[in-house]
Structure formats: C-alpha cells, structure tokens
Design a protein around this ligand. Structure first.
Ligand code: PLP
Length: 394
C-alpha cells in the first residue's frame, strides 16, 4: 500500500509545474524557444572565470574547499559592499548574507516572515517561483494589478484599507515576467505605505544592472534609506544574470532586526553557500572584469530586445501589443482580443516555436491573453524566424 498519505498536507497539494509539462517538447530539434528564463551562455566570461578559478586554487585553496561562515565569505561580502554602493545601496559587510542564488534568499526571507494566515502581496503578474515558495507556507497570497509603470500602488493602498499585510514581494526593475519598471512616484509611495502600515518590502533585483539606457530608478532600498527608513526594505540580488547562474551565488542586504534570525534559518537549511563558488566570485571581482562583462550583456540583450520588438511590430501588430522593455530579459505581450495563449502553445509548437503562456504568472485573476517572450538566448535570425512561425500559427 502506498504511504503517500504520510506526505505533509501542504506537500500533497503541490502540483508538478504545468509549464514544465507544456514545454517538455520544446527541446526537440528545430524548435526555437523564447520560453526559458535563462541567460545566454555565449556571454559567460570564460576567460575571466578560468583566471579566477586558477587564482582560487593557487591562493585560496583551503578556504575554497573548507566549511565557511553562514553569513558568507568575508572577502566576497567586503567586495559586495562596493557593488551595492554602485547601486546606491549604502551598507556594511555585516548586513549582508550570501545565499545560494536569490531563489534561496526569497525562500529564507519568506520562511522567516510567514505565520499561518499572514498576507503576502504580489504583483499581477509575478515571478512564478515566489508563488511556489509561498505555496509551501501557510501564508495567504493577495495580488495587486500592474501596468506599464509597474505595480499599481494605489490598488495596494485600497487593499490596505481593509487588510493587514505582512509583506509585499516585488521585482521593481525590469520585472520577470512583465519587463516593466516601477516609476519613481510609485516607489516613493510604496515605501511610505510600508512605514505607515508597518509591512515589509522584499525587493528582488536580479535584472536592475541589465539596463539598456543610462536611466536608473533608485532601488526601493535607497528610496527608503533617503527617507530615513532602514527597517522596511530587504533587498536581494544575484550573480546569476550578470556572471553565471550555475555558480548559485546571490545575496541579501538585511535590516538589523532580521539579520540574526535569517542567518539562523540559513544555517538550518544548508550551513552556508558553496565555499568554492563564493571564493570564485570574490576572485573574479578582483580581476575588475565585471564592469565590461555587464556592459557586454546589456548591449547584447538590448540588440536582441530591439530586434524582437521590431519583428513583432512588423508581423503581429494587428494581434498583440506590448511595452518595449528598457532592460532585463523579458518581453510581456498581450493579445488585442480575447485569446487563450495556453491553448495556442500547442499550435505554435507544431510550427516550431515556444513561449510561456501568461496565465502561470498570476496568483489569481489570470489573464489568458498574455504571454512572456525571453529574447536572451535566441540569435537575431532565430528571433525573426520565431515571429514568422508565430504568425503562421495564428
Ligand atoms: C525575479 C527573479 N527572482 C529570482 C530569481 C532566482 O535567481 P537565482 O536564484 O538564480 O539568483 C529569478 C531567476 O530567474 C528571477 O527571475
């Protein structure tokens, strides 16, 4: 007799990822995928990473292969203070916790905060894997709509008039999946609301550095700090999109009141992030190559994004609308008429092109007319061909 009834209730309820099911054929030869949320491996800095690896083995061998501090490699945290400063975030090494990617940061933070029934607010649409983390807690998820300027903070304010919330989870810059950036006014309002209504903002920023222009919105962390609030915002970022995701190195900038407890959650989870990967990133940062690496990524994704936008406008303007992203890896599109993008995927797959249907990025009020394209890994030629195939599938 199966003993599956022994699985915890919340685990029994978990469903395999519908997207994975839908996209399992997307690796067939000839299929062009605009679905994956992964960076382009062609842009990984092979020479720099090889150089840093040699440096670690020659100079930091013991530390790289030994257990380390839960908070993370000291040298890496010192370097990160400088990197954060470049992003307008003034912090110190003892406020930083190195994590196994920002995915773990989100897991640790949500687990540290969530009591059963606590309300966490997400954007509509939002990052899918955060919904998965939340589904593993007994927290309640509420959602707030978004438009071309990011989360509609007035809707959040309306929700706050009836509901006490624990935290807002937000990707305010070049969001996944929406590609949008929260405007300055909304940033300021969100931060004020957090102080007035006593909730926490989890600012997830994997894409902020991948800007296609020189314009920069201040992070929510900086916006709050300039208002004298160093308690409300917890900031997380990662080396996944600017260096290499396989390293699994991310970090959290923690407010004082969370610092110790989140470190204990991390300790209970995995003691510390991978020592070798942390030493490698620290060594890489000393080579001074990150800046030109990020510049290359920005330029490459910008060209791909412009190309995809152009092809979509040329071929599908009667059918879909979208805002051109100003950074990041994703273009979010909406059909101009009632349409089911999940159903359509079967036809586009037959034509040899896949994307992610938008409905999976909603915790509720799913909009089936939406879809997410990633332009990061395809070549310009593939993007052109992909759009042609989409057109022929209509
Ligand atoms: C919005 C967002 N947050 C977090 C992550 C997790 O990234 P990582 O764990 O590789 O740092 C991703 C990855 O795609 C993401 O898009």
């Amino acid at each position: 007799m199966s003993k599956s009834h022994h699985l915890a209730d919340r685990i029994q309820q978990l469903q395999p990822s519908a997207i994975r099911e839908l996209l399992k054929h997307s690796k067939m030869p000839g299929v062009i995928s605009l679905a994956g949320g992964i960076p382009s491996a062609e842009l990984f800095d092979k020479e720099g990473l090889a150089q840093a690896t040699q440096q670690v083995v020659a100079q930091n061998f013991n530390e790289a292969f030994q257990y380390g501090l839960t908070e993370g490699n000291v040298e890496l945290r010192d370097q990160l203070v400088g990197l954060c400063q470049q992003r307008g975030i003034t912090t110190s090494a003892d406020q930083l916790l190195i994590t196994s990617g920002s995915q773990q940061a989100l897991d640790l933070l949500i687990r540290a905060l969530a009591n059963p029934g606590d309300v966490f607010v997400v954007e509509r649409p939002t990052y899918l894997a955060t919904l998965q983390i939340l589904s593993l807690t007994e927290a309640k998820v509420e959602s707030v709509g978004s438009d071309e300027h990011g989360m509609i903070v007035d809707e959040l304010e309306a929700l706050l008039s009836t509901t006490r919330i624990k935290a807002v989870y937000i990707v305010p810059t070049f969001g996944n999946p929406s590609g949008t950036t929260l405007s300055k006014e909304r940033r300021e309002k969100l931060v004020k609301l957090a102080a007035q209504h006593d909730f926490v903002i989890i600012e997830d920023d994997p894409y902020g550095a991948i800007s296609f222009t020189e314009e920069r919105e201040k992070t929510l962390f900086q916006t709050a700090a300039e208002m004298g609030d160093r308690e409300s915002v917890v900031y997380t970022s990662t080396f996944s999109k600017i260096l290499a995701p396989g390293l699994r190195v991310g970090w959290i900038v923690l407010p004082e009141w969370m610092k110790q407890k989140v470190a204990i959650v991390k300790q209970a989870t995995d003691l510390h992030a991978n020592s070798f990967a942390q030493s490698l990133v620290a060594a890489y940062l000393t080579t001074g190559r990150l800046e030109s690496q990020v510049a290359q990524i920005r330029e490459a994704y910008k060209q791909k994004c412009l190309a995809l936008s152009r092809f979509l406008k040329e071929e599908l303007d009667d059918h879909i609308t979208f805002n051109e992203p100003k950074g990041g890896m994703f273009l979010w599109a909406t059909f101009r008429y009632e349409f089911d993008t999940t159903e359509w995927l079967k036809q586009t797959l037959e034509k040899g092109v896949v994307y992610v249907p938008g409905e999976f990025f909603f915790s509720d009020h799913a909009d089936k007319k939406t879809l997410r394209f990633s332009y990061a890994t395809a070549t310009e030629e593939q993007l052109r061909e992909a759009v042609k195939r989409l057109k022929s599938a209509l």
